[in-house]
Design a protein around this ligand. Structure first.
Ligand SMILES: [Cu+2]
Length: 153
């Protein structure tokens, strides 16, 4: 019986080779990208995170070797003014997709150690509440718009 289970498990893992690349199992990343930024400034990162596990996944922190700090942010309109709030975690329910996009949820990179241009690829890691990490290579796209995060200046 054990042998059959291991066989099934191996079959499952080899059917989804992408899942073996990260230790944060069952979270699929689509369309990751980062805005350009300048040294000592801030920039924002976006992506879609789909949880294909039968259980919720909690993203608790993020980090990048290119930034002093990475915070989980949400942009929300309050009394006609767009404001950003730091959030302690993001929970992605089974089968759900968390969309990080301009004007909504995003990862805020604070204190960039160097300029980030469209020629660069930015390394970013997400960590779950269980300590599992997802390592990403983020393409840098678009203009250095300040619209998203003027409140940090
Ligand atoms: Cu922000």
């Amino acid at each position: 019986m054990t042998r059959i289970l291991s066989f099934l498990l191996l079959g499952f893992l080899s059917a989804f080779p992408g899942l073996m690349a990260s230790s944060l199992t069952g979270v699929q990343v689509n369309q990751p990208w980062t805005r350009p930024g300048i040294k000592d400034g801030t920039t924002a990162a976006y992506m879609e995170l789909k949880n294909i596990n039968p259980y919720p996944v909690v993203i608790q922190s993020a980090s990048s070797p290119s930034a002093r700090e990475v915070q989980l942010h949400e942009t929300k309109e309050e009394n006609g003014v767009m404001k950003m709030r730091e959030q302690s975690s993001w929970t992605i329910e089974p089968g759900q997709t968390l969309v990080l996009s301009p004007g909504g949820y995003h990862l805020m990179l604070i204190g960039l150690h160097h300029d980030v241009t469209t020629k660069d690829t930015l390394s970013l890691s997400l960590t779950s509440d269980k300590g599992e990490a997802l390592h990403l290579s983020m393409p840098v796209k678009g203009g250095a718009k300040k619209a998203e995060c003027h409140c940090h200046d």
